[in-house]
Each structure stands twice: as C-alpha cells, then as structure tokens.
Design a binder for this molecule. Structure first.
Ligand code: FES
Length: 320
C-alpha cells in the first residue's frame, strides 16, 4: 500500500458518541460503492495536518455488506501526535479525506468452532463489523466488552441489537472486570480468542491464553497505537541518495515519507511486515518496537520496520 492507491472520500456523518469517541461516516466523492471488506478490516486515513501528514489506521465498524459508506470510530488520544486531534477538531461534515483500501489483519478464523471476542474501550470497533459476519453463521461466540464507566460504552444499541445475549459488559467503576483466567480456562477445543484494546489488556489475554495451553494460532490480537517517539537521528537512504532527519515525535516511516520516498505499508503498527527495510550500515543500535521480526532477526540488526522502530545512532544507512 502507498498513497498512490488511496480513495477520495467525503465525510457525510459525524457524531460524538462518548466523551472521547467520535463516529464518522465516509462516502465516496460523487457516490457509488467503496471496495468490499470483511469484519476486522482497517483503513488508513491520510490527513493533511498543519505542516505534517498523518496516516492513522482505523478499524471499519460498519456492516461489510454496506458499501455506500464506511464507518469508523476515533478516540481522542490525550497524547495525540496530531491525528486523533485532527479528526476531532478539524474534520467537519463535507471535509474530504484520502483513505487507503481496506486490509484485514484481524479476520475471524474460518474453521474456528467458537469465537471469544474481547474488547477494551475503542477496541470494540473491529468487532462491530465482525458481528455482522457472525450473524447467521451458526458458530457460537461471546463478546466481552470492558469500559471505564457506562458513559464510555460506545455503540451499545448496535451491540445489543446484533449480539443480544452473547454480549457481556464490564464497567471498571463498578469493579466489574473481565474474568480472563476463568474465561480462557473453560473453552471448548477449537475456540479462537480475539482481543483488541489497550496494550496491557492484550498482553494479559495473550499471556493467560498461553498459560491455559492455547496454541498461538488460536490467539488473535490487534492494536493501533502511535509509534513510540525517541531521540532524534539521521538516516541516509542509499538508493534515493538522500539524508533524512527523524525528529523525536515523528516515526522513521513518516520522516521518510515526508522526504518524498514511498515505503510500502499495511498496518503502520509493526505487525504486518510490509514496511520491512534492509539496514545496510549502522553505528549505534536499532530500537525495535515491532511484533514482526523474530528476536534473532532483531539481534542481527540487518532489518528494521520503520513504521514503529527507530535508532539510537550516529549513522544509519537503509536500502531505500
Ligand atoms: S506497516 Fe505493517 S509492520 Fe510496518
């Protein structure tokens, strides 16, 4: 994926649905249909901010059969690098945006005998589209949705309508938390678990499932977090023959893109492997923040995922 493959859309609906989450509807300019997708897919929204382009991934929450517009939910991040504030403060009805084609890195397993879906906060969004896929599929499922308090519970009407008795709600302020150990220790063989939410929740679910003997192939997770910042550094792109400065609050990928060099991407979150880039020379160390490279690959220092990883170095040359 690169920006040459984006679609132009217009914002046709905006609704503040919780104190922190806005719901957006994006339709193709001039009408028509958007590309088909399946539950769990995300799009990248390209935003032309002041002096900086933001490219943020958002899960599609609309029904996969509804292609006249896409729906996304955007949580206002306290420590936003600009993208979520842009969506909340700058985007209005009628605003035009570029989006990348949908990609699914969080799809439902087709041969699972049961699905256990676990959401925290804004992590509910991919499951809204998956519920549409699950409806009438005949495979049992449970959706466990945890929020800080009732006012932070998003899309409740839709969830009740679609999931009914399969929906289990948990409110932190009432001391009700998801009983992860019990939940994951008592599932029939062939069950798959899916988790989307804060990093701590994802880590806990993965660890608990592994401790309960779940195979890794049955544990699915998705998290869209901002790339971590760090020290500024400079990188030389050998094929493009240019030097690029990476400031503390910009990712390596964003800095390379701002210099006019395209790098393929799908997730922009260190998961898909699409932005894999060869390291040709390095004086210093790489700061790997991805979940794609193996520990051995990271130790070898010959590859980097520029969407989330950076370097602490005096010299870095990449094969770009
Ligand atoms: S874009 Fe997916 S790992 Fe970098």
């Amino acid at each position: 994926m690169n920006d040459a493959q984006t679609l132009a859309v217009e914002v046709i609906g905006i609704e503040q649905i919780t104190p922190l989450i806005k719901h957006f509807k994006l339709a193709p300019i001039g009408g028509g249909s958007l590309p088909a997708f399946s539950g769990g897919s995300h799009i990248i929204v390209v935003m032309q901010g002041a002096g900086r382009v933001h490219r943020n991934p958002y899960s599609l929450l609309s029904a996969p059969h509804q292609l006249d517009n896409y729906e996304i939910g955007v949580r206002r991040m306290e420590e936003s690098r600009g993208g979520s504030h842009f969506m909340h403060d700058t985007v209005k009805l009628g605003s035009r945006l570029e989006i990348a084609h949908p990609v699914n890195l969080f799809g439902l397993d087709k041969i699972a005998r049961k699905h256990v879906l676990i959401a925290g906060g804004i992590g509910i969004t991919p499951f809204l589209a998956q519920l549409e896929d699950l409806h009438g599929a005949g495979v049992p499922y449970e959706l466990h949705y945890s929020v800080r308090s009732s006012e932070h519970a998003a899309f409740l009407d839709r969830l009740h309508r679609r999931a009914g008795a399969n929906l289990y709600m948990y409110h932190d302020d009432e001391g009700r938390t998801i009983p992860f150990e019990t939940l994951l220790a008592n599932q029939p063989l062939g069950t798959h678990v899916y988790v989307c939410g804060p990093a701590g929740m994802i880590k806990h679910v993965i660890g608990t499932a592994q401790a309960c003997g779940w195979p890794d192939s049955h544990i699915h997770w998705e998290q869209f977090s901002a790339p971590p910042g760090g020290d500024a550094f400079d990188v030389y792109l050998a094929r493009s023959k240019i030097s690029v400065h990476v400031p503390p609050d910009q990712s390596l990928l964003e800095s390379i893109e701002a210099a006019g060099v395209e790098v393929p991407y799908l997730c922009r979150g260190g998961v898909c492997g699409f932005c894999h880039t060869r390291v040709l020379e390095l004086e210093g160390e790489l700061v790997h923040n991805d979940h794609f490279l193996s520990d051995a690959d990271k130790a070898r220092g010959k590859s980097i995922m520029p969407c989330v990883s950076r370097a602490r170095c005096t010299s870095l040359v990449l094969d770009l």
